[in-house]
Design a protein around this ligand. Sequence first.
Ligand SMILES: [Fe+2]
Length: 362
Amino acid sequence: MQDKYLEFITPTRVVYQCGGAAQASDLTGRIGVERPYIVADEGVARAGLVDTVVGTLDPAGIFLEVPADGDLETAERIAADMKEKKADGLVALGGGSVIDTAKGANIVFTMGGKLEEHQGVGVIPARLSPFIVIPTTAGTGSEVSRVAALKDSALQQKLFFESEYLAADVALLDPEMTKTLPPKLTAATGMDALTHAVEALLSSNEGPLTNALATYAVNAIFEWLPVAVKEGGNLDARAHMLFASTAAGAAFSSAGVGVVHACSHGLGVLCGLHHGLANSIMLPHGVRFNLPGPHPNVSADMPERLAELARECGLPATLREVGVEEDRLPAVSEYAEGDASMIYNPREANAGDLLKVLKNAY
Ligand SMILES: [Fe+2]
């Protein structure tokens, strides 16, 4: 511990209420938002969740065209529409892509300019416009994280934005909003949350506070993810998964992630693989790579337990099964080597090392 410098920040007010999204106007009112702007996607709308929130808010505008992989252009379009409709705050209703896109929109809406001008660490100097997140998946942790990752379609690359001002003002955890998520997506997003927790525990930047949250999240996910996958309408399981995902989000937001996320970002950008699915497949192999010996935070049998949980949740175990072409792996490994997730990976890894990890997962 003597050689470490640690900071733990989690500025978001986390509110849990089953059915709370139907009363979201209480929360927007509390933070002084009179003309909220709702960001969601078509899937969320089809599940009827936008209607639930619109029923309580009197929104200045609604944007439903967020793509599966949020990008800069979409965030800028939202910011322009918010200006035009004179919105005074944002409500993001969705999974990671929706939340990160809303974060990007909030940067441009509040600060102006082009979104890519604000990328990087600590670039945003002051508070942004009021921002409420209602997650519809239990995975991303973006409702409490200080980061947003958005695709630059021209560069074929993810740009990262990191600032304490990117954390939501309020995260509303309402299991009614996750109970319609289909089993496959429940499983894949849940494995994303587990990856956040496990990578936070292995990070070179781990510390007692992030470990407490991450250890809680790992235990809760092992207990409740299979239940949420098998019984989607089980509100207890959905509630526990929301708390686990939020705890894991707070943990990795301060501790960082590592090799699994680095590979998953490459697999997402270059092969179009779903983030949670990529993490689920890479997780046992990344942990094995990072665990050359005993570790105080993670037991030696963790890689096997992770693979077993993914199997129990009906997820594929290899990159081959999900259609990744083997000849793409060298490019993925080079992408991963330069990914920001590698900063706090506990072991040095060059593209050659990462290619071995990717091949183990093939
Ligand atoms: Fe993730």
